[in-house]
Write a protein that binds this ligand. Structure first.
Ligand SMILES: [Zn+2]
Length: 145
């Protein structure tokens, strides 16, 4: 399967140039199925709030603590059910795309992924900006395709 990458890992955000992008944006239509990339336990899901730039609703996110010790964050989705503390297997559907893409974070531990886009608990109201140091500590570039 191939994907159209609309925003790469580590680049500056298109709508917030002071923020480094913590994952990959994969183009997909609203309602497209989102599948778990690895087996693990869902640790968190919630709302991403609204863009302070455009005011658009960013949808929800899901964080999975993968069995191999890594973690995955799925952003701009609509979960298909309430999953927190549930186990999922790789390939299980966990959500649908909220608007026009999936943002996929991949983290060496759940620390970086646990709050969706950011390694702290103040999103979306903080002025926190992911730095190159944060990317090196909290994120991997997901491998796709
Ligand atoms: Zn993104």
């Amino acid at each position: 399967m191939s994907y159209t990458l609309t925003q790469d890992y580590g680049v500056r955000w298109s709508d917030n140039a002071s923020q480094l992008h913590t994952g990959l944006d994969l183009a997909a239509p609203k309602g497209a199925a989102v599948y778990a990339v690895k087996s693990g336990q869902i640790t968190k899901q919630g709302s991403l709030g609204y863009s302070k730039v455009s005011g658009e609703n960013w949808g929800n996110y899901i964080v999975i603590n993968n069995d191999d010790g890594t973690a995955s964050g799925y952003l701009h989705v609509e979960p298909t059910k309430s999953f927190v503390n549930n186990r999922v297997n790789a390939g299980d559907q966990i959500a649908v795309v909220y608007k026009n893409h999936l943002h996929l974070n991949y983290c060496p531990s759940v620390t970086g992924c646990q709050h969706g886009a950011f390694p702290n608990d103040t999103f979306p109201t903080s002025s926190y900006k992911a730095t190159t140091t944060d990317l090196a500590r909290f994120y991997y570039r997901p491998k796709i395709g």
